[in-house]
Design a protein. Structure first.
Length: 300
């Protein structure tokens, strides 16, 4: 690791930092939690300049010493990623029948995303396989509004489903989409036209991807997608971790899973979902009460 530190340029510029972060090739998202850590650091580096000025001198301006130390630590973690092994056979030996497919999604003011697993019944018990994940930085104008990030994570879960259905070349026994936001789960059950454009478009996409009955609530402390929304380390991605093997409850019978349906949490979610729809109604009324346009003049 000392070699990484000694080979890191001093000073380190934003251009060089971005080059290293973008060089981490992970097309199916096996190391997404650590990859997002790099994306968060790049954004922090540009925020350090005090705005959105992307002039040439900004790209080649040295990072502060504090950010350079964070970058060196990140580069060292990238080296450690090369030592982590992943199962790439999506069908474990002795598997029986069709797999269940489970997605977890989450969002925060830093990042949002989703991860997808196959759950197989095998001769040796239950086998879990990490298939893929997807994540993105939360836009700065959404900070402080966790529901927006969480619904964006749910959209990624729906897109992962569509990708598997088109390209997976296997039949799925059942789908489970798991979220830890009661508001998001409750919103998915209602017609999308009742929300503001931001939510309406995303709720509509989720509903088109599959039955809303496939969506369930789980406690936040067992939502493995939480690791995507915070800064993880390579140790969090090892072979014996929840990231690779899924939460322990996936190996239990379906009846024992700590999940709740939309009906189970309807009372708790009703107020927050109604609040989203009231915001939509308020926005419509504000536009309706705006100044009337000036009449067209027909004179020449």
């Amino acid at each position: 690791m000392e070699e990484v530190s000694s080979h890191t340029p001093n000073p380190l510029t934003r251009r060089e930092l971005l080059s290293q972060v973008a060089g981490l090739y992970d097309p199916i998202g096996l190391v997404t939690p650590v990859k997002q850590k790099g994306a968060i650091l790049v954004r922090k580096a540009f925020q350090e300049t005090g705005g959105g000025n992307l002039a040439r001198e900004t790209w080649d301006k040295p990072l502060s010493e504090g950010l350079r130390k964070e970058a060196i630590k990140l580069f060292q973690e990238y080296v450690q990623l090369g030592q982590i092994k992943f199962h790439r056979s999506l069908t474990p030996s002795g598997c029986k029948g069709k797999p269940c497919t489970i997605t977890f999604s989450d969002g925060s003011d830093k990042s949002y995303g989703a991860v997808l697993y196959f759950r197989w019944e095998t001769d040796q018990g239950i086998g879990i396989r990490l298939v893929e994940s997807k994540a993105k930085l939360t836009p700065l104008d959404q900070k402080g509004d966790a529901v927006k990030a969480e619904v964006c994570g749910a959209v990624f879960a729906a897109r992962l489903r569509k990708y598997v259905e088109i390209h997976g070349r296997m039949e799925i026994e059942h789908w489970f989409h798991l979220v830890d936001s009661q508001t998001v789960l409750g919103a998915i059950q209602r017609d999308s036209y009742g929300y503001q454009t931001f939510f309406a478009n995303r709720i509509g996409e989720i509903q088109k991807a599959g039955p809303v009955e496939d969506w369930w609530w789980i406690p936040g402390n067992i939502n493995v997608a939480d690791i995507i929304t915070r800064e993880a380390t390579p140790k969090d991605l090892q072979e014996d971790t929840a990231w690779q093997n899924g939460p322990e409850f996936l190996k239990q019978s379906l009846k024992e899973w700590p999940i709740k349906s939309a009906g189970d949490i309807a009372t708790d979610a009703r107020n927050s979902v109604n609040k989203l729809q009231r915001k939509s109604f308020s926005a419509v009324m504000t536009r309706a009460e705006g100044p009337s346009p000036a009449p067209l003049s027909l004179s020449r």
